[in-house]
Design a protein around this ligand. Sequence first.
Ligand SMILES: Cc1ncc(COP(=O)(O)O)c(C=O)c1O
Length: 425
Amino acid sequence: MPPEPSESSLSEWAPATQLLNLGYDAALSEGSVKCPLFQTSTFAFRSALEGKRFFEIAYGICERRPDENVGLIYSRINNPNLEILEQRLCVHDGAERSAVFSSGMAAIATTILTFVKPGDVIAYTDPLYGGSDHLMTKVLPSFGIQTVPIAADASLPSMRGILHEVNQNGRLRMMLVESPANPTNVLVDICGLALLLSSMGNGDSRPKLAVDNTLLGPVWQQPLRHGADLVLYSLTKYVGGHSDVIAGACLGSARDIAEVSALRTFLGSILDPHSAWLLMRSLETLELRMERSAANARAVADSLRSHPKVREVLYLGHLDPESTAGRLYATQCSGAGSTFSVRLVGGEPQAFQFLDALRVMRLAVSLGGTESLASHPASMTHAGVDAESKRIYGISDNLVRLSIGIEDPCDLVADVRQALDSVAG
Ligand SMILES: Cc1ncc(COP(=O)(O)O)c(C=O)c1O
């Protein structure tokens, strides 16, 4: 059997190639071309001394020697499927390390609780996905953490003013950004915010910038390359891509992810091996799916643009290149992705008529799957957001969110057109 490619030769390959090979040695698994599923809760130690050593390293009791691997212990701490997946997830984003979780919310909550303690402050851009909004407005304040919303489309000088104000006692620990924001696709200047936060302290006193990159996914945007400290994903969406897995991830420096992983062990928010195995399958087709769904999304967005029953299409590919958002898009993103919202003429009745009339697209929440989905953010994913925030951030009753899949584009365009035809004029 030819030798497995070394990790250093692998890193010379393009991401699409690395995602099929990185981290897996077939010789260790009977020559199996695909990484098997390690569906086990616990791993046998070769000796008691080995078990003791593995725990010393896993619990940070002793430093790991440079040539020493973290031994396999128990699937709430580590597992081969998770470790290979975590290596592969770093490829597109250029991260040193990643940690995978049982959901996107588990990744977000565990990451925040790692770095933000009672008495601290976390700022966040508004709007956020409804679940993250609930975490910010209801859950974290109940743990004595102050949460400060900042409009996602606020200028950098006004963000600077707010951040300096809330950091008067030096307790601002993190800023959570969703860019593009769910469901309005508003972009936030990651590089500008990273520079701003880096001027607010050194080392551990500097507030961290965490970016939820779920809506575009790792192919079209890599926040670490623009200065973010941490990237968060609901892997349930584009990375999973088949609407059959709930999972999340946090990516960043080896040091930060070591801290996040340590808390993950004790909160028990780690991903299970079977879901990790499914995600490794999904990563192999990530680029193919992203390209096809992005091309389909453009076809659908273009067809909606000038329709008389459509007021506005919030599609990144339609941004005026000369506008502030258009310039930001050009520097920060390499593609428009395939999730966008549409404001119909009318209100909730018209939005519901449209949703109920769709035949190819399924009426369901979530996004990023091979099948196209349509939903009504105001009454579904963002139902818990307070009415005033919905008004300010444009989560209106006539807003419909579309996640475009990989079906034939002609069928998708025909579907939205026939659904619009059925909406009362
Ligand atoms: C932007 C964003 N972040 C996080 C999440 C939460 O992910 P999960 O459902 O995997 O917990 C979602 C879910 O829709 C999302 O849209």
